[in-house]
Write a protein that binds this ligand. Structure first.
Ligand code: HXC
Length: 257
């Protein structure tokens, strides 16, 4: 597959996807979505890949859904075409995705970063849900995910005023896991992804699945789910290897079994 709007590379066990529509500050149109889905599905299917990094440029992770593509749509177009629903497929990627965010992550760009598993921000990152300034509202999960990340007060502030949050405020409020100098952003994200990818693939996926259940279930059901898949890990050779390596004071050699 040749891509026109994204760059796709592998670095060891890590898949790196770079949004590459600089003329529109990486605005997310249907072509970008289509290519992202092909790339993430291919990484999901590739057993040699353990984690994915998604990044943009230093100026913009993504400045939103493509306003010019949406501009002339009618209600019927949006409803019958189930506008933006394809992004749910991106959010269903099974391998961990780190969003490495520099510059603008606005509207759909902020929502895309929140669909990833965690966000590492460059020190120039700016997050916002400015849809209200266009006469609309978040449509790729912003009103729900942002509220879970930062709480009601700040989510309301962001969605109702359309103001941006800088990297420091985003870290303070729990939207991003850490801030790094923008020049080191991609390398730092790749390092974190390589660390993840060095572990046992079934354990990586089960950790991701279990944390995500915290958003969907009650505490009681979530704890039960965690306990069940925790037990299942004892069926893995990698569990035996990981614990034997600890006891023998050596590095484990995981074989994804
Ligand atoms: C389409 C976009 C775009 C977008 C920028 N561009 N954002 N095109 N959709 N979301 C284009 C501009 O039109 C311009 O093209 C080029 O990218 C460079 O942008 P400038 O505005 O000239 O850059 P700058 O002055 O540096 O300002 C940067 C900016 C501004 C503050 C990020 O571009 C901006 O406000 N963009 C829109 C942000 C936004 O409202 N996002 C939410 C979108 S709605 P030309 O051809 O003129 O050079 C959304 C909905 C989500 O995401 C789902 C619910 C429906």
């Amino acid at each position: 597959m040749s891509y026109e709007n994204i760059l796709v590379e592998t670095r060891g066990k890590v898949g790196l996807i770079t949004l590459n529509r600089p003329q529109a500050l990486n605005a997310l149109n249907s072509a970008v979505l289509g290519e992202l889905l092909v790339a993430t599905k291919a990484f999901d299917a590739d057993d040699s890949i353990g984690a994915i990094v998604l990044t943009g440029s230093e100026k913009a992770f993504a400045a939103g859904a493509d306003i010019k593509e949406m501009q002339s749509k009618t209600y019927v177009d949006a409803y019958l075409g189930d506008l933006l629903s394809g992004w749910d497929d991106f959010a269903r990627t099974r391998k961990p995705i780190i969003a490495a965010v520099a510059g603008y992550a606005l509207g759909g760009g902020c929502e895309l970063a929140m669909m990833c598993d965690f966000i590492i921000a460059g020190d120039n990152a700016k997050f916002g849900q400015p849809e209200i300034t266009l006469g609309i509202m978040p449509g790729m999960g912003g009103s729900q995910r942002l509220t879970r990340f930062v709480g009601k007060s700040k989510a309301m502030d962001m969605c109702l005023t359309g103001r941006m949050m800088d990297a420091q405020e985003a870290e303070r409020s729990g939207l991003v896991s850490r801030i790094v100098p923008v020049g080191e952003l991609v390398e730092e994200a790749l390092k974190a992804a390589a660390k993840i990818a060095s572990f046992s693939l079934p354990a990586i996926l089960m950790n991701k699945e279990a944390v995500n259940r915290a958003y969907e279930m009650s505490l009681t059901e979530g704890l039960r789910f965690e306990r069940r898949i925790f037990h299942s890990l004892f069926a893995l050779e990698d569990q035996k290897e990981g614990m034997a390596a600890f006891a023998e004071k050596r590095k484990p050699e995981f074989r994804n079994k």
